[in-house]
Write a protein that binds this ligand. Structure first.
Ligand code: ATP
Length: 273
């Protein structure tokens, strides 16, 4: 496997408008946008701008979306890498990817580095799966720590990382000057689910009988990603029927399919846990 380092152009199209709910997380993330846009406000008073921010929350709650929105709102380049891509890599490759990523981000500063699934590289040392050697993961993690320590606090690069397993992270990652800020993203409540449905229905052709509050009531425990999935699935169901608009029954059918998918997933996952 080769890790992809992707860079979006200056006009990352995601904005805070695309994120529903998550009010408190948004307020905290807006501060990061301000660090990138107006660093002098902080540096002229002698403040050190934080380098690393950890986005913590269950799968599908919008961590990646939030990171992209920071880049979009601040109008800075976005470099991203996923921790899980390192797992199957040859020794030495992970570390050099990390080095390369930081180098490119520094050249383009102000910029954002986003490391998704950081727990895949950053899980605490010693807790390894018996079938896997941990050399590669460890050298990648060490390189990441070296890079984080190696650049000054006011170089204009902010590293955002995402995890749904903060409990297994190596404590070295969380020390002051590294990922010392945490922003929590929770699963949406009913009102927030309504808001997420509205965001994902913006571009859909809706029938008159679509009742968002009922859909939100019928989707307890669903993440933003699940809701996005329902909306798209409903559109596909309606399209197959060759109708003019997507009706409530299409959303209900889509919801049942997503529930079915979630149940299958949890059956596969739970024996391991
Ligand atoms: P994972 O932990 O599985 O990587 P994540 O927390 O990074 O998930 P995202 O990839 O950001 O989640 O979310 C997936 C998709 O779900 C988004 O692209 C978006 O369409 C939708 N979504 C998630 N949360 C929200 C939200 N709060 N508002 C609107 N859409 C959302």
């Amino acid at each position: 496997t080769t890790a992809r380092i992707s860079e979006t152009d200056k006009k990352s199209s995601v904005s805070f408008n695309d994120i529903a709910g998550l009010k408190e997380a948004k307020v905290e993330v807006m501060e990061v946008v301000d660090f990138l846009k107006n660093p002098e406000t902080y540096t002229k008073l002698g403040a050190k701008i934080p380098k690393g921010v950890m986005l913590v929350g269950p799968p599908g709650t919008g961590k990646t979306l939030m990171a992209r929105a920071v880049a979009g709102e601040a109008q800075v380049p976005f470099f991203s890498l996923s921790g899980s891509e390192f797992v199957e890599m040859f020794v030495g490759v992970g570390a050099s990817r990390v080095r390369d990523l930081f180098k490119r981000a520094k050249e383009k500063a102000p910029s954002i580095i986003f490391i998704d699934e950081i727990d895949a590289v950053g899980r605490s040392r010693g807790k390894v799966n018996a079938f896997q050697t941990n050399d590669e993961r460890e050298s990648t993690l060490n390189q990441l720590l070296t890079e984080l320590d190696g650049f000054g606090p006011n170089t204009g690069v902010i590293v955002l990382a995402a995890t749904n397993r903060p409990d297994i992270l190596d404590k070295a990652l969380l020390r002051p000057g590294r990922f010392d800020r945490h922003i929590y993203l929770e699963l949406p409540n009913k009102h927030e689910r309504e808001e997420i449905f509205k965001v994902h229905m913006r571009n859909l052709v809706l029938g008159e009988d679509v009742a968002i509050d009922i859909l939100a009531t019928l989707s307890p425990g669903f993440s933003g990603a699940d809701i996005a999935n329902i909306c798209n699935e409903a559109a596909l169901i309606a399209a197959r029927k060759k109708t003019e608009a997507i009706m409530q029954e299409d959303f209900l059918e889509a919801r049942d399919r997503v529930v079915g998918g979630l149940e299958r997933k949890s059956k596969i996952i739970s024996p391991k846990e």
